[in-house]
Design a protein around this ligand. Structure first.
Ligand code: BYC
Length: 481
């Protein structure tokens, strides 16, 4: 490995890509910076711009110890451009260019496709910050508030990561795309964000934890695929993004786990055994398990849509052309070209969900989605172990992939969470059993109150097992100003 691991903080934009010698790109980024700060101040976390937040900042890109922790005012956070170290002699690992040296510049014939991948990836990052904008005002503890703000500053850094690629490698078009990334808005009727799940609301903390568990995990899978890219700057950028992403999923997985734990604890204390006695459970000021299941149904199905259609020529082309690989492509043991292979795909056959063999190349979205589901299942098992520990007869389960879909083969039909195809009328009549209702949302919202005392937690969520960076339980993660 070569290239510097240390981050240069001398330029206005911290970086390990030699920006001080790359005047053209430095100028373009400096020109973009004020618009970015305006966006952050108007669309970033509401209410805490003057607070001192205990945040980690990257000071290098080596796997061990890349982060330092300290109090920072968010508008002064050093958003930087950080790429994983360059691997000398790296070759393309899949597709028709397999074995050729990885590209250090954009190949002309793939320019539009690569730009589109960077723009879609870049668009999701600020979208999530916009979606989470109000949540700090109802944070259940300073620990959770700090985690939210950490996620937000790092998603914003991921926007920088894509903007750097667009400005350095895609000329005028790239600069225009970078401007547009600051113009679209999550949920806006006229200029929405590009992908469905990023235009949904994140109205409360349970939604936030579900989002970071389910939707950030799509981020992980997509970034892992882009980390395999033959376009080396994209590969190196996404590799470093993945190190940050891990904490975001930790926040989601442990967040939901702590909600589940508190509910089980409160049920035991009150001697309630029936998890479906929703009125009694809610009277304890905790979130009943069936509502948690409904939220999981919603966020999982929205996140499945982010993988695109099961059968996709876009996906086949991106693979064949060496732009986007499979999940952990470099660890797979096959020819990495998939010319004659097939892959089992779930399809609608005579009104039923059935498995059919399809050419592996066009089924790559389905394959990544399957990898995603496997990854998700491991986290859900941990939540269920908590419920088991309290001897409560309830398990959180993932709904069938046909349930509540807006993209792909199941988009035109309705299905139960068990995967039985049903009419639109039956779905509408039973929707409230499966997806969060207005009343569920109102109840959850009624629990959301800001807790500002260090070491104190709102009554609907258990404290974490350990502090961030090994800080003690009563650590003041945010100094509110
Ligand atoms: N919503 O062949 P198809 C993250 C469009 S999350 C709206 O089925 P393809 C993060 C598609 O664009 C990860 N439109 O799919 C998480 C195409 O449009 P055009 C973000 C959709 O292209 C939390 C048409 O339908 N990164 O990082 O194979 C917090 C037919 O497309 C949707 C990426 O996604 C949808 N859900 O795959 C913060 C990686 N799905 O071209 C951040 C980059 C499809 O006909 N993106 N369409 O106009 C990709 O690799 C692919 O574009 C997709 C779609 C996987 C998204």
């Amino acid at each position: 490995m070569t290239d510097t691991m240390a981050v240069n903080y001398d330029t206005s934009i911290p970086n390990n890509v030699g920006l001080s010698e790359d005047r053209r790109v430095l100028k373009a980024l400096e020109k973009w910076h004020p618009g970015y700060l305006d966006w952050w101040k108007t669309m970033g976390p509401e209410g805490f711009q003057e607070s001192l937040v205990y945040l980690r900042t990257a000071v290098g890109v080596d796997p061990a110890g890349w982060a330092t922790f300290g109090y920072v005012k968010m508008p002064e956070y050093r958003w930087g451009v950080l790429l994983a170290p360059k691997e000398e002699g790296r070759t393309i690992g899949f597709g028709q260019h397999k074995g050729e040296p990885a590209w250090q510049e954009v190949p002309g014939e793939y320019r539009a496709a690569l730009r589109r991948l960077c723009v879609i990836q870049g668009d999701t990052e600020p979208a999530s910050v916009e979606q989470q904008r109000q949540l700090g005002l109802t944070a259940p503890s300073l620990y959770d508030l700090r985690n939210l703000l950490q996620v937000n500053v790092e998603e914003a850094r991921h926007l920088w990561a894509m903007v750097y690629l667009l400005q350095k490698y895609f000329g005028k078009d790239g600069r225009e795309e970078a401007e547009d990334l600051l113009m679209r808005r999550s949920g806006d009727a006229d200029k929405p964000r590009m992908l469905g799940a990023f235009n949904e609301a994140t109205p409360d903390w349970l939604s936030f934890f579900m989002f970071t568990f389910f939707t950030d995990r799509d981020g992980k899978m997509q970034l892992e695929s882009l980390a395999q890219s033959g376009f080396d700057p994209l590969s190196r950028t996404t590799r470093f993004m993945l190190t940050e992403e891990a904490h975001h999923m930790f926040v989601g997985a442990t967040g939901v786990g702590r909600v589940v734990k508190r509910t089980c604890e409160a049920m035991r204390e009150a001697g309630i055994e029936d998890p479906y006695d929703i009125v009694a459970v809610r009277a304890l000021g905790v979130i009943d398990l069936p509502t948690i299941q409904k939220k999981a149904n919603l966020h999982y199905s929205l996140s499945l849509d982010l993988f695109g259609s099961e059968i996709s020529t876009n996906a086949a082309n991106a693979f064949t052309n060496g732009l986007k690989g499979r999940y952990r492509e470099d660890k797979l043991d096959d020819d990495h070209q998939l010319l004659n292979d097939t892959y089992p795909v779930l399809k609608l056959v005579d009104g039923e969900v059935k498995m059919a063999q399809e050419p592996a190349l066009t089924a790559l979205n389905m394959r990544l989605r399957d990898d995603y589901t496997a990854d998700t299942t491991a986290g859900i098992k941990r939540w269920n172990r908590e419920i088991e520990r309290y001897n409560i007869d309830f398990r959180i389960v993932l709904p069938n992939v046909a349930f509540n879909r807006a993209i792909g083969v199941f988009a035109p039909v309705e299905a139960t969470p068990d995967g039985e195809i049903i009419s639109a009328e039956v779905f509408e009549a039973r929707r409230d059993e499966w997806l969060p209702t207005q009343a569920d949302g109102d109840f959850v919202a009624s629990l959301m109150h800001q807790e500002t005392e260090p070491g104190h937690y709102a009554g609907w969520i258990a404290p974490p097992r350990a502090g961030i960076n090994n800080q003690p339980g009563d650590f003041e993660y945010v100094r509110l100003q």
